[in-house]
Design a binder for this molecule. Sequence first.
Ligand code: ZN
Length: 281
Amino acid sequence: MPELPEVEVTRRGVAPHLEDRIVEDVILRREGLRWPFPPKLRELLAGRRILGTGRRGKYLLIKFEHGTLIVHLGMSGHLRVLPEGTELKKHDHFDLVVSGGNAGPGSRQVLRLHDPRRFGAVLWHAHDDGELEQHVLLRELGVEPLEDGFSGALLHKATRNRSAPIKQVLLAGDIVVGVGNIYACESLFRAGINPKTAAGKISRARYDKLAEAIRDILAAAIVQGGSTLRDFIAVNGQSGYFQQTYFVYDRAGVPCRNCSAPVRQIKQGQRSTFYCATCQR
Ligand SMILES: [Zn+2]
């Protein structure tokens, strides 16, 4: 599943091909994905200039003067920028055809959403509907882990009344967004915190370590993903998602890279957790 780093790498990859371009066409090849596509999306966007891009959690934002297109990659989706006329593949559901910018006024490119499992989304939020941050999908989201405001102090303060295990509190996304299963496992390992520890029992000093681990691991994943950026715009490129070297994630029974004890796997709220019982207390 695309996680925050993949979405941010996608954003960085497509941004130069979208910013300041004019929408020439919108092509929808089905009624919708996880939710129906917005009605009259073509009429809403054709002829409009894209002001820029953004990201909130795992939602990619394409900003216009009159509103924001909200794109989610779901479980298995990806976005690519392709020359217009590029042959369609199965599961290519949505095209945003754009022109102009550095590529010259006549050149047209396509931002194409490919989503085999159709858990993705393309939604529209008009400026007239109020603040984007108050959109029903965005308003419950916690702070961005790579922005100012995320810290051990915040984690500590926000968890004083939380008796749930720290791993599940991270995944819930209401305190901090974008720490999915992989990054929660890896961050807790880096910080030396047992994933079963009640969130409310963890000290400020340990949360400082955890916040630093989360920031460092997500930032490293984005840097690593950046090296595969080329794939996002290649006609026949790979999907663009990237494998990192993990310390505990998906390494059940394999010796811990730090102490050689076998990495353990447990279930927490239907999700697999990987950890080292020696290194994580
Ligand atoms: Zn270990």
